[in-house]
Design a protein around this ligand. Sequence first.
Ligand code: PHE
Length: 347
Amino acid sequence: MSDTDLAALQQEFTTALAAAKDAASAERVKSDWLGRTGKLRSLTEQLGKLPPDQKKARGKAINDLKLACEAAAEARLRELSASGPKAAPADVIDVTLPGARPRLGRRHPIYATMDEMRAIFAKLGFEAAYGPEIETAYYNFVSLNIPLDHPAAEPFDTWYLDDPDAATRPYRFLLRSHTSPVQMHVMEGRKPPIRVVVPGKVFRTDPADASHLPVFHQMEGLMVEENVTFADLKGVLSIAMKELFGAKTETRFRPSFFPFTEPSAEVDVSCLLCGGGGCPACKGSGWIEVLGCGMVHPRVLEYAKIDPEKYSGFAFGMGVERIAMLKLGVPDIRHFIRSHPLFLRQW
Ligand code: PHE
């Protein structure tokens, strides 16, 4: 066999390799040619029959061919394994792939704010208490010194659960319109000293707009002991507001009216944005209203069978959404219930 034949063999091998469409068939071509019983092996065997003067040159030519074929086979295999579809059968699960991770849930900003408020009052000695969301008109109004003909008791902002004419009980059922009825449940259930905060849902028939929702949250506070004065109320709330909004926060008490507290006040905090100088957020006043409060009305203590001659107390109530909007810079209360994933994932 001549050197030209060797060149033809190499060409044939190259063509067979190029025709191999995947690594397995390229391997097969390689072993058909270069394996122990491969085509090139027989060339070496024929070497023995050659005259000694030709043996050396022929041996080298065959060896070169082998090396060239080996290199070509390796190159083709690399090429196929880099580009080829790994072609894992469809029913095989690749356990080395990262799994589908479920997104972790997180606390809703309203509940996170409520937790923070509860923790602040816990440091001041207030424990958390809870009451029913379905109330009677007695707890929601009457025991809090709100006569049933008071405007707040009118069906127009209270969510009554029964028909007035069908009601046979002395008091109608309703969804509580504030957390204040829990004051009464707590006072009925234990003797002073009492220091509680009451976080919870409240319900009003208000249509939703940028600052109202028909279902929102309040946090009530109640302290009843001997010799509790308005100074205690001011002290507790001014410390709590500093904790909640930052150490520079100032507090202002404005006279107000609630049937269940006397005297009553509304509390403003110095504007978080301008610090009191006046800006659009506080409408130029430097103050932002955050809660209502006052000294527990003696008649409310009497309803709870606590002697108003011996004990006094204060109460306060604030809207959690309002506090959260101020702290987080949320301009519209409705964002909290839209559950837009990007909105809720900010915190
Ligand atoms: N319950 C009142 C409200 O819903 C707030 C309040 C609570 C005021 C306690 C004084 C004392 O507006």
